[in-house]
Each structure stands twice: as C-alpha cells, then as structure tokens.
Design a protein. Structure first.
Lengths: 274, 250
C-alpha cells in the first residue's frame, strides 16, 4: 500500500518565475525507505519541504501530494500543522538551527509533545527519558536542561531522532541528517535510523548526497538533477548498473574515493574474511 | 620544513569570574616534510582546527614553538607569502563585494607584488585554469558560483602567492561527494606543479586516505597516533581502530 503518493509535483519561485522542480512523481510504500540523491541545488530538499508545506511563501507548488489518500495541498494551514510531527516528521540537517536557541532543550520537547498529545510535564519527561536512552544519550535529564549551543551536532541530531521516536510518525523525512557529522557520530545516527525503522515499521524518505550512507539504509532510490528525476529503482539495480550518465558520474566519483581507501585496507579485509 | 614542537594551548572557560581554563591542545609535536601531505584526522571538538590556526600564526601557543623553515610562524615576515589557507565555510571566505579576479589578486596586492597590465591578466587566467575554471569566471561575484566553484577560487587565491605550505581546514567537507573528488584531483595536480606541502585537516578518513602521505590521528587535543598512509590498516590505538570500524564505505 502506498502511504504517500506524489503526482506531478511542480515547484516554482513566484518572484523570478523560475521552475525549481519539474513535474516529479513518486510513491512511498508502507514501511519502505526511499532515498533521494543528487548534488546540492538539485531540488531534493525543496521536494521534501513541499511535502511538509514548509517552503517560503514566494515558493509555489502544484500537483497532488496524497498522504493516506488525503491531498495535503488542499488542507488548511491549521489542519496541516496537526499532521506535521504527528504523521509526517522531519529530521533536519542542522541541529543547531532546529532548536530554539533561547530556551533549554526540554522546553522545546515539552511544547512539541504537548501540542500533539497534550501530555503534562511529567509524562513528557518520562517518555523522552526512555527515548533518549534508546538513542544512546546518557543523562537525559541533564541534557534536557541544557541549551542547544552546549551540545554537539551529533547529540542534537540524536535528540531529534528521540523526539521522532516518541511522536511515532507514519512517515519520517530525514533531510541530510548525517552530512554535518563526523565519522563516529555519523555511524551512530545511521544505526539509530535503521533501528527506528525496525522498531516502528514506519516509512522513511532519506535525503543525502553520500551514496555510502544511502546504500546502507535505503531500499529504493531516486536520483535528481536540476529538478528532474533522472533515474529511480531499487538500490541494488541503480548502483550496480546505473543507466543515466549522471548516475554513472555520481557512482564513479564516489567509488574512486572508496576504492583507494579499500586498496589500503585490503589485506586486512582478506584476514577478516578468513 | 614545518616543525611543531611540544605545543600546548588552552582557552579560558565559561564566565567572567571563574579562573578555569580548558585545555585544547596537549603536548603536540610533529614534523612535516617538504612536498608532503600530512593529514590531521579527528572528530569535532578534538582541537584540530585550533592546531590549524596556530600553524597559520593566527594565535599564539601557550607553550612550545611552531616554526617554518627554522623561523617562528609568529613572525609576520617569516610567514608572508609562504603559508596560506583554505577554510571550510566557502560562503564567508570571500568578500562578497569582490569579483573572482579581485579576490584572487587580494593577497598579491597586499604583498605589493601586483604584476602590471598584461602579466596581471595572464596570471589570473593561469591560476583559474589550474583550478579548472575558465576565463569567463573573472568578472563573476561569489554568490553567482556554486560551492565547488567558490572553493576552487579559494584554492586559486591560496596558491597565487606561490606559498610553500597550505593549510586546508576541512576544505572539502561541506561539498558534495562528487565535487569533493574533483577538488581533490585539483589539489593533487597543484601539489605536483608547485611542490606544495599540505596540512590537510579533516574528519573524513576516506578523503585523507586519497590525498595524504601520512596521517596524525587526533583525540581530545592529544596525538593518538601517527602513521604513513600505507600502514593505515595497522593502526594500534583503540580510538583509531574505532574510527576505521565505524566508517561507512560505498
């Protein structure tokens, strides 16, 4: 069953008349993880923000976005607000910018959960505590009493994932969640996202330009270039036999970096295989 | 060529009345040879960027010395034209009111080495072609360019004074992977042409493995390990092993 269907989505800038995304259509099945890859400026973030209807007023969109059979484009702003977070949850790239810098993390979490579930402070704390422990954050209560600038990017990212765990959305949209992180945090965040899917069986849209991460987490992939979807299919078929020249270019450049590294590490891998 | 000798650095911590200092670098010493690319790998907050600023002479170490060919980098004259940098945030690295041409000429103008007339124009064309851009970019402004292009302009600016050493502080980390590969190619070529020495600061081991000859693994302000890149797989320290195990390859 398709949980999200995007049909003929077209996004343009009303001021400059410039078309950012050209008639793109795709479907997200229940429990599936769809990755969108492409270079910066290819319109992948725009597509996701238009699903959440979070684009600036000057950016207009047309087409149909069906979420469980309901057209999101036709909802009023108030109805849409209820869907955000509860049904469609977005994990943002920049942890520093995603939280309110003027109050401690706990306040933000409480506001969000109160709005969607009407919990009191105690319930919020109890639920958040267990969720934060699940994403390997130690001392959750201390963290909730800290300001965003006191925490590292990786921690903020994990707090966002913990919030998604508590909200139990139907669809998670992760917009480059690992790009700003270093190797170890990146690995942990990816592991958490995989766990999150296993535990809740939710669908996910995962945006990234790093094909290595995409390969680890996603089932299917869309390749975008200049606002067009140039190729789509299962991870395996797209990455092993890329059809479009642009996909071939992306795969080959990534492979070049990896291969060199692999050559260096090769002997060790032989030992590991034995 | 570049000598870092028992360097310590700490910053004052927190409020106005607390005396505590946070140690950022602790007893760091290494040597970087001419024509070598030395990688400095560490996670965020490990003090690798602070080390970069110290090497550039932008800050003073609490203890220890950093010298470039026997002269301290704190001496402006020793530094001038010999050491240069490319930073991560390409958006704020170039004056937005400058065209590409003006940006590249800025360090030369400050050195009063500004070549006259034709030579000047030729120099910019050569620099631009070396970083893989064509002449048409000369009159463009930074906001008209993509991230990879701006970073190339920054590299062109860094090599314009023909320095011996360039500090690349996360220079490719905020670019797309496909563009990263292209910029790495450019850096490799330039290294051959100018016999450059690179200090390549990054958290990305794969990129470091691609370009570096030796790597230093950094953790919490200390040097954990230093290995030639061919022996990367034989690293012994626990942290270095963890870094390698947690890598997501393609």
């Amino acid at each position: 069953m398709n949980i999200l269907e995007v049909e003929q989505l077209r996004i343009w800038d009303a001021l400059t008349e410039e078309v950012i995304v050209h008639n793109s259509s795709f479907q997200l099945k229940q429990g599936q993880c769809l990755a969108i890859v492409g270079e910066s400026g290819s319109g992948k973030s725009m597509t996701c923000r238009s699903i959440m209807r979070l684009n600036k007023p000057a950016i207009r969109q047309s087409g149909r976005i069906l979420f469980q059979g309901e057209d999101l484009n036709k909802l009023t702003e108030q109805e849409m607000r209820k869907r955000r977070g509860r049904n469609l949850c977005m994990i943002l790239q920049n942890g520093m910018g995603a939280f309110d810098p003027s109050c401690v993390i706990g306040v933000h979490l409480r506001e969000t959960l109160q709005a969607h579930y009407g919990w009191n402070a105690k319930e919020v704390e109890k639920n958040m505590k267990s969720a934060m422990e699940r994403v390997m954050l130690r001392n959750p209560v201390d963290i909730m009493n800290q300001y965003p600038h006191q925490l590292s990017g990786g921690m903020l990212q994990r707090i966002m994932i913990a919030l998604a765990l508590v909200l139990e959305p139907d669809v998670i949209i992760a917009d480059e969640p690992t790009t700003a992180l270093d190797t170890i945090s990146q690995y942990e965040v990816v592991e958490q996202l995989i766990q999150l899917r296993k535990r809740m069986g939710c669908s996910m849209i995962f945006i990234s330009h790093d094909l290595g991460v995409v390969r680890k987490i996603a089932d299917d992939v869309l390749v975008m270039k200049d606002g067009h979807i140039v190729e789509s299919g299962s991870i395996h078929s797209v990455f092993s036999k890329p059809q479009h020249p642009y996909t071939q270019f992306l795969v080959s450049t990534r492979r070049e970096l990896s291969n060199h590294f692999r050559q260096l590490m090769q002997e060790e891998q032989h030992i590991a295989k034995r | 060529m570049l000598n870092v000798d028992h360097v310590h650095k700490s910053y004052p911590q927190g409020g106005l009345f607390t005396g505590g200092r946070q140690s950022v670098l602790h007893d760091v010493s290494f040597e970087c040879y001419r024509g070598e690319c030395l990688g400095i790998i560490g996670e965020s907050g490990s003090g690798k960027s602070t080390l970069g600023r110290l090497i550039l002479g932008m800050e003073r170490p609490d203890q220890g010395t950093i010298s470039l060919e026997g002269r301290s980098v704190l001496d402006r004259k020793a530094r001038r034209g010999r050491i240069s940098a490319v930073f991560q945030d390409y958006k704020s690295s170039i004056n937005p009111f400058f065209t590409v041409e003006e940006a590249i000429m800025e360090p030369l103008r400050l050195q009063k080495k500004n070549p006259e007339g034709n030579a000047h124009s030729l120099k910019i064309d050569v620099l631009l072609s070396q970083v893989g851009l064509d002449k048409s970019y000369r009159s463009k402004y930074p906001h008209e360019l993509s991230g990879g292009e701006v970073q190339r302009v920054c590299i062109a600016r860094a090599i314009s004074t023909e320095p011996q050493c360039i500090v690349l502080d996360e220079a490719i980390s905020s670019l797309d992977v496909s563009v990263q590969t292209q910029v790495l190619h450019v850096l490799k070529e330039l290294k051959e042409i100018y016999q450059l020495t690179y200090i390549f600061i990054t958290h990305d081991i794969q990129a470091a493995a691609y370009i570096c000859d030796r790597v230093v693994i950094f953790r919490e302000g200390r040097m954990e390990e230093m290995v030639p890149i061919e022996q990367l797989k034989t690293v012994k320290s626990e942290y270095a092993r963890k870094l390698l195990d947690h890598l997501i390859t393609f």
